[in-house]
Write a new protein. Structure first.
Length: 365
């Protein structure tokens, strides 16, 4: 029994430590070999992605740049270090206490180790929904980017994807997100360097944190035994603040997940989750944005292939009716592609379509 529990714990930790989480049964190519989707392969700078009969494999050449997770609509490849929503929350929270917050790729962040710099492997791994959400919630977030650095970077496809996602976000924002090549000296100051990646790791591992005792805090934050009593008190005070932040963030994630499960509105895409969060606060944005959604012709034979193969279970068959769970649809287009009689077409719909939990594609004859 103990061994089984340790094995489960080991699997959970291993999954959390994998930067790119692979969920094969959500991949369009795995669900339907005839699918023409190759978005992840096309953007991968190292040709690290291989499709097998029933799986996706990332070979040893993978550098964990995260670009594949940006273009994967179904979250078959998902960034997990930390999850996108968690990273978004961290940036917004940090912006509340800093004059300026910078988001930078690893290459540039290593040269700018300040508490107000958030590091990601590559700016191209951040989808348009992320930039949209960040800008709407924190106007003091800047992008630290040096184009010349990208020209010599081993992530050769990163800059093009970054610019594409940023432009898409700015199209709906009707304003630009500030890009700068150097940090403002005044905002950086002589602030303490913070290891954000370490904090994010703790947050993603703790599903439920009620309290941390003194011993645990010492182990987690590596308190030095040589500190003076005053230094120890100061260190303890800082640790308590960090623990409180972790607890708050974990509780937010837990409450969000429970709410979605209880209301049967589980969102399969972290990108859509970010958008839906903004829609509740900004109805105008919801009306401006358009999404491709399936429409069915009356000539549909109701064979059920689209419902069976849908990677997010967005299409449901119920007594001859075809029903769409709107917030589960990620506009992947697999239903349209596999319908051999072409009874399904993706058509642009206003963002207000997500206000309806379910909608009929076809009603029972």
């Amino acid at each position: 029994m103990l061994f089984d529990k340790l094995k489960v714990l080991s699997n959970v930790l291993t999954k959390k430590l994998d930067q790119v989480e692979v969920v094969p049964n959500k991949c369009l190519k795995v669900r339907a070999v005839t699918s023409s989707c190759s978005a992840c392969v096309d953007v991968c700078p190292k040709n690290s992605i291989e499709f097998k009969l029933d799986s996706i494999e990332l070979n040893d050449s993978c550098i964990n740049c995260g670009l594949c997770t940006t273009v994967c609509l179904t979250n078959a490849l998902k960034w997990n270090a930390p999850p996108l929503i968690q990273l978004n929350n961290q940036v917004i929270r940090l912006a509340e206490s800093e004059d300026i917050v910078y988001i930078a790729c690893s290459a540039i962040a290593k040269e700018n180790l300040h508490a107000n710099v958030i590091e990601v492997p590559c700016l191209g791994m951040l989808p348009s929904a992320f930039w949209l959400s960040v800008k709407l919630n924190a106007t003091n977030v800047h992008i630290l980017h040096q184009s010349g650095c990208c020209h010599t970077c081993h992530i050769s496809t990163g800059e093009a994807l970054f610019m594409k996602q940023l432009e898409e976000a700015e199209q709906y924002l009707n304003e630009k997100i500030t890009i700068c090549s150097i940090i403002d000296a005044e905002s950086a100051g002589a602030k303490e360097i913070v290891d954000h990646s370490r904090r994010r790791l703790f947050t993603s591992l703790f599903e439920d944190v009620n309290e941390l005792n003194t011993i645990t805090a010492k182990e987690v934050f590596e308190v030095e035994k040589t500190l003076t009593p005053f230094e120890r008190f100061d260190q303890y005070y800082k640790q308590q603040s960090e623990v409180e932040e972790l607890v708050e963030e974990v509780n937010e994630i837990k409450d969000y997940a429970v709410d979605k499960l209880l209301n049967d509105t589980v969102i399969h895409s972290d990108k859509n989750a970010l958008l839906f969060k903004e829609f509740t606060k900004n109805p105008t944005l919801q009306q401006q944005m358009t999404f491709l959604m399936p429409e069915m012709k009356e000539s549909c034979t109701r064979c059920g292939a689209c419902a069976f193969l849908c990677p997010t279970n967005a299409i449901i068959m119920d007594n001859g009716s075809m029903i769409l769970s709107t917030n589960k649809c990620v506009s992947c287009g697999l239903c349209e592609e596999i319908c051999y009689e072409k009874h399904i077409q993706l058509k642009p719909k206003n963002g207000t379509i997500f206000n309806e939990k379910f909608m009929y594609l076809l009603k029972e004859k």
